[in-house]
Design a protein around this ligand. Structure first.
Ligand code: HEC
Ligand code: HEC
Length: 428
């Protein structure tokens, strides 16, 4: 690693706050938005949020807005798990590793990701080029199909596998009966509930304001942040893990999960919000029908993707958005389909995918299957086999040996928010 890169940055904390503030809704940092007026009877409410964000927080936590009154955004984006899924199973499907919906039985095929640090994400685009030459970047969801947090925030209310309301009018009828309905009217107009579509739009904007303004979603309070601020050292193993993470001939992880302070003093997000096809093996627990495949970006249904010519579009199949690795140690399952359940298994997959694929690619009966078995044959060529650590084959030595994998995992465990001097629990 380049020691200069990791010099304790003087004033980095202040710079970081400034950088964060310029990209936030102005009122969040400038204080001009005004707190909700005095008479609110709510008990727990984050301080310093604009009125819209404070409402957004209430909506985020309100289970009454789901089909059976049992599920809120906060049910699948749990603070203790870095605002990712809790993986606490209810109902008969205890073997299914994604979150069930409000009906207790319907499950989607993708993991509920951490929704922290998304204030720094932008709408989907092809960076530095055309659709054929540029890097697909940005957008929300694993496949980038939502253009903004407010666009995203509408979907769960109506998704039959999530909060499962029949339609917008149903959501707004429930909202009109919520304890904070009067605050909603005070902010958006006394007649707002008469126009369900307009009210739903405000719901989504309030959720977005909360996700962008609340410090809970961008704490920069991990051990690694403290290290970057010069407030602590890392252990020998963590330092080795960091060097392996950064090295282009070892883990090469930082190529997609940047780990260094930006030129503008911004702290690293451990994602560049780009897309890649890693060839994550099929998780038969979530993908039971052998004729069905989750194709990711090429199949996200947006006009931008659907307008592409067939071959440009086909080249995007199998690609999923790079997630931030901040708080990854709080997760119980990894990758879009939850195929791996520990960080050691994830990093072992990166290091050994091309050297010993049979241990990862299994058929429904647990027997060795073809490589890249979660993609139809036509798209297997999209999987990244050129960049490290994937640029190897059977007989080659792995990019990381067992001791090095343990070092990388120990480093990943320093990325959990809320560090206060002693090691935090980590899904090693
Ligand atoms: C039943 C569980 C569940 C509920 C309830 C739920 N989510 Fe999610 N959330 C998920 C899953 C699963 C994904 C990934 C889906 C995909 O990529 O197709 C996701 C994705 C997201 C993302 C995109 C993350 C990214 O990296 O782009 C955001 C933001 C989000 N949810 C916010 C919310 C909000 C706000 C609500 C409430 C209105 C909510 N979620 C309700 C499970 C849930
Ligand atoms: C070429 C880009 C690229 C490189 C290099 C890369 N990753 Fe990733 N990483 C991704 C993408 C894309 C995903 C999501 C893939 C999916 O779910 O299909 C991901 C997912 C992950 C996850 C799962 C996070 C979650 O929330 O589920 C972990 C952990 C991870 N990477 C760690 C690493 C480590 C450690 C390295 C280096 C050994 C590394 N990555 C190298 C692109 C990359």
């Amino acid at each position: 690693m380049n020691p200069a890169l990791f010099r304790p940055p003087l004033g980095a904390t202040l710079r970081m706050i400034l950088v964060a503030c310029t990209s936030l809704v102005v009122s969040a940092c400038g204080g001009g938005g005004g707190a909700p007026s005095g008479s609110s009877s709510s008990t727990t409410q984050s301080v310093g949020l604009s009125a819209a964000a404070a409402l957004g927080e209430k909506i985020f936590k309100d289970t009454s807005l789901s089909l059976n009154g049992n599920q809120a955004c906060a049910s699948c984006h749990v603070a203790e798990r870095g605002h990712a899924g809790p993986l606490q199973f209810v109902g008969p499907n205890t073997d299914i590793p994604t979150e069930p919906g409000s009906d207790g039985v319907s499950v989607g095929g993708r993991m509920s990701p951490s929704i922290r640090y998304l204030v720094f994400n932008k709408p989907f685009r092809f960076e530095d080029g055309t659709a054929a030459t540029g890097t697909p970047t940005g957008g929300f969801f694993w496949d980038g199909r939502a253009a903004s947090l407010s666009d995203q925030g509408k979907a769960p209310f109506l998704n039959p596998k999530e909060m499962a309301n029949a339609d917008v009018a149903t959501v707004i009828t429930k909202l009109a009966a919520a304890t904070y309905a009067s605050e909603f009217k005070a902010l958006y107009g006394q007649a707002i509930f008469d126009n369900p579509d307009a009210a739903f739009e405000r719901v989504a904007l309030a959720l977005q304001a909360f996700e962008k303004e609340s410090p809970e979603f961008a704490r920069f309070s991990s051990k690694y942040d403290a290290f970057l601020r010069g407030q602590t050292g890392l252990s020998g193993s963590e330092l080795r893990g960091l060097a392996l993470f950064n090295s282009s001939i070892k883990g090469n992880c930082a190529a997609c999960h940047p780990s260094a302070i930006g030129k503008d003093g911004s702290f690293p997000l451990f994602t560049d919000f780009s897309y890649d096809a890693l060839g994550v093996p099929r998780n038969w627990k979530v993908a039971t029908d052998p004729t069905q495949f989750d194709l990711g970006l090429c199949d996200n249904g947006t006009d931008a993707i659907n307008a592409l010519d067939a071959s440009t579009k086909a080249a995007l199949c199998g690609k999923f958005k790079v997630p931030s690795l901040r708080n990854a140690g709080l997760r119980k399952a990894f990758f879009h389909n939850g195929r791996f359940t520990s960080l050691t298994d994830v990093v072992t997959f990166y290091a050994q995918r091309d050297i010993d694929p049979d241990q990862f690619y299994l058929d429904a009966n647990g027997q060795p299957d073809v490589k890249f078995n979660d993609l139809p044959l036509a798209y297997r060529g999209n999987v990244n086999t050129t960049e490290g650590p994937y640029n190897r084959g059977p007989g080659d030595s792995p990019a990381l040996n067992a001791a090095e994998i343990a070092d990388v995992v120990n480093f990943l465990c320093t990325l959990t928010d809320g560090w206060s001097g002693s090691d935090l629990a980590c899904q090693r």
